[in-house]
Write a new protein. Structure first.
Lengths: 348, 385
């Protein structure tokens, strides 16, 4: 759509600061420890965590009341009194679980009913409210913040938080995953929390005992991201033949050259930032928005690099990325040339 | 003040437009060309105002005082439509929508004027749709297309348009405008005109906004300051992050305005839930917004790269001892020292690297990667093979 400016004024520029990238502060209970209660608020934008919390609540209730009646209430289209109907004691006295989602989209009817419902404080129903984001119905949210059991359903914003998620998954199940295994898992399956959660469950089910990096590799080695990262690792470590072999294998299994240039760019960024860095690597990691362990991993490699060779490597990656995106008719070859150039620059 | 005041240093063009606006029988299709900063959109706007100005005397049209002139200047005259795409190209649907508008009679004005501020961003298919409209325009409609050069639009369009060629105004003329129109003092005006390389819009922003000046100084002194690979990577990161944060907040503010206006036009209350069948329209708005923010980042980085080009031109002119005034005259000493540390070949390689970064950003290389590659080229002692 073109912007058409008759009768409407353009908005001015606001200066936005950059958000901090530190570890997140938990806003409520871990979903892994939630117990049934009359009022529960699932707070945060990650659907996967909200569904895990709900599953846990449902399971606990079913264990006591096999005839549990579960109702999902669309609060964006709630009719007057609907909330009271679905929460009123049933004829045969079954236990009731009601999920109201999502408060961000609730209509005024629901808002009014919910405020009235909270006045009555019913104790024999489990009402779970989902709130993904926003300030709609501030008054209701304030009351819930005080009275409901609040469950943290905010998603993971960076690799550190994903790593934290993996550790908690294993701890909650009474299992162990090695630190490098957890990192490998985040790199291989961490594109969404639900992928990551699924991968954790699968590993726990399939592997007896502690989980190591090798286990993760065996189960997730074929994943696109992991493959591209391995190419980048080999290239920057100067393992030229391995890098080329891994790259060709990646191409043969349908990985796109662009995924490889992205992995190379990330690795190159970390090497170039470390190569002549003085001061704390942790502070550097914060500046780059990378988890500290990622920089620790490449610190050893960076010692074998010269700043000017790093400059050439990044130049080669930028050129290859442009070529892979259409500037060259042989994108696969363009990227392979960059890989060779990088691998031959180590230690020079 | 006349609407033509802003068109400094373009007397021939002003004369041409005044005469056409007062004639009663202007051509129906116009192509305004000139490099960025030559004031194409300003000229087109001034022309649209003059065409509809309320003064009886034809020679006085474009008075800048009457209601019409002021509405056009505020981009809110109902019969003057200004369009620019914030995407990489126009879509056919955009052009069809314009053509529908073109059929409507002007409201309380002599002419319906449609100004396409970046006609060079029309695809060939979109242009062919437009061509039909230009060939048989309704009697009271004028099309004004703007592009950097005549070669940027298809020859079929070009041949049907009256051409208006703008040029980059001389520094002195831009400085004079900043003094008379914006109330800057001589020194401020000279500085802003020179470092913007005579781009009136950029000059005005630099003159008014200390933050914009500070940012420009930071960017252009990067090649002089970067001494480590680590610093180069960090500099690229903060430059891109700053640009993205700016673009995102501008885009967000604008999205809210557009969502509110879409709600109004669909008859929805501000808080009302969007019915499922209308959701796709809102979704489309959000997608447009994402694309727009992306283009804003590219444009703003491009400006930074133009500023860096100026630094290397200055260095080159110092190396060659041309004695010409520098664009960044206020940094003469620093630039002199920097010039001594570089060979002429290295200076030219610096210019090449900046150009490569500009091209790469248009080729969809992530801005961060393109800027990192560039910043690393500024490291001292680089052997430029
Ligand atoms: Zn007027």
């Amino acid at each position: 759509m073109a912007s058409q400016r008759t009768g409407s004024s353009r908005t001015g520029t606001q200066r936005g600061g950059s958000a901090g990238r530190g570890a997140k502060k938990a806003d409520g209970l871990d979903f892994r420890s939630v117990e049934p209660a009359p009022l529960i608020l699932l707070k945060g934008n990650e659907d996967y965590l909200a569904s895990r919390a709900l599953d846990r609540i449902k399971q606990a209730l079913r264990a006591e009341h096999p005839d549990l009646e579960f109702t999902r209430l669309d609060v964006s289209a709630a009719a007057p009194g609907e909330l009271f109907t679905v929460t009123s004691p049933s004829l045969f006295g079954e236990a009731r679980l009601v999920l109201a989602e999502d408060l961000a989209a609730m209509n005024d009817t629901f808002l009014t009913d919910a405020l009235a419902y909270l006045e009555e404080k019913p104790e024999d129903v489990t009402l779970v409210l989902r709130h993904s984001s926003g300030n709609r119905g501030k008054k209701l949210l304030d009351v819930l913040a005080k009275r409901a059991v609040v469950v943290d359903c905010a998603g993971a914003r960076n690799d550190n938080e994903k790593l934290d998620f993996v550790r908690r998954e294993f701890r909650a199940a009474g299992r162990e995953i090695h630190a490098d295994g957890a990192r490998a898992l985040v790199a291989a399956a961490g594109s969404t929390l639900s992928d990551l959660g699924g991968a954790c469950q699968q590993l726990m089910a399939d592997v007896a005992g502690d989980i190591t990096e090798e286990h993760v590799d065996r189960y997730h080695g074929g994943r696109v991201e992991a493959t591209a990262f391995k190419v980048a690792d080999a290239a920057f470590e100067g393992r030229r033949e391995a890098a080329t072999r891994l790259y060709r294998h990646a191409m043969a299994t349908g990985v796109s050259p662009i995924a490889v240039t992205a992995a190379l760019a990330r690795k190159g960024r970390h090497i170039a930032a470390l190569v002549d860095h003085r001061g704390s690597p942790a502070a550097l990691a914060a500046t780059l928005g990378a988890p500290p362990w990622q920089l620790q991993q490449v610190a050893e490699t960076a010692r074998r690099w010269h700043p000017l060779r790093a400059a050439e490597a990044i130049e080669a990656i930028a050129r290859a990325d442009a070529e892979a995106k259409g500037a060259s008719r042989t994108p696969e070859y363009a990227v392979e040339r960059a890989i060779t150039a990088i691998a031959s620059s180590v230690g020079r | 003040m006349s609407v033509f005041t802003e068109l400094v240093g373009q007397d021939a063009v002003v004369e041409q437009l005044r005469r056409a606006a007062g004639s009663g029988t202007p051509a129906h299709a116009w192509l305004f060309t000139g490099p960025p900063g030559s004031g194409r959109s300003n000229a087109a706007r001034a022309f649209a105002a003059a065409l509809n100005c309320e003064q009886d005397e034809p020679a006085a049209r474009g008075c800048g005082e009457c209601r019409t002139c002021r509405l056009v200047a505020a981009e809110s005259h109902p019969s003057v439509k200004l369009v620019s795409t914030e995407n990489v190209t126009y879509k056919i649907d955009d052009v069809r929508e314009l053509i529908t508008t073109a059929q409507e009679k002007p409201q309380g004005a002599r002419w319906r004027v449609i100004v396409v501020e970046d006609a060079d961003r029309m695809t060939e298919r979109a242009t062919n749709v437009l061509l039909k409209a230009i060939e048989e325009p309704p009697p009271h409609t004028l099309w004004v297309l703007c592009a950097p050069s005549p070669a940027d639009v298809l020859v079929t369009i070009r041949s049907r348009c009256r051409l208006v060629s703008l040029r980059i105004p001389p520094t002195a003329a831009v400085a004079q405008l900043l003094i008379t129109r914006d109330g800057l003092n001589e020194q401020q005006a000279q500085f802003a005109a020179r470092v913007s390389q005579n781009h009136i819009g950029v000059a005005r922003r630099l003159a008014r906004d200390p933050e914009a000046r500070r940012r420009r100084e930071q960017v252009i002194t990067l090649p002089l300051r970067l001494t480590s690979s680590s610093a180069a990577i960090k500099a690229a990161g903060s430059l891109v992050e700053m640009t993205q944060a700016d673009a995102a907040s501008t885009a967000e503010a604008r999205l809210e305005v557009e969502q509110a206006s879409l709600r109004r036009s669909l008859g929805l209350d501000p808080e009302e839930k969007i019915p499922p069948k209308l959701r796709s329209q809102f979704k489309k708005l959000e997608e447009e917004n994402t694309r727009r923010a992306k283009r804003a980042v590219a444009d703003s980085l491009d400006r930074a790269l133009i500023d860096l080009t100026a630094v290397f031109r200055d260095v080159l002119s110092l190396k060659l001892g041309t004695g010409a005034e520098l664009i960044n005259e206020h940094l003469r000493e620093e630039l002199h020292r920097y010039a001594e540390s570089l060979s002429a070949e290295q200076t030219l390689a610096g210019l090449d690297a900046i150009n490569a970064a500009r091209t790469r950003i248009t080729q969809n290389v992530p801005p961060l990667l393109a800027m990192e590659a560039l910043m690393m080229q500024f490291l001292p002692g680089r052997s430029r093979a």
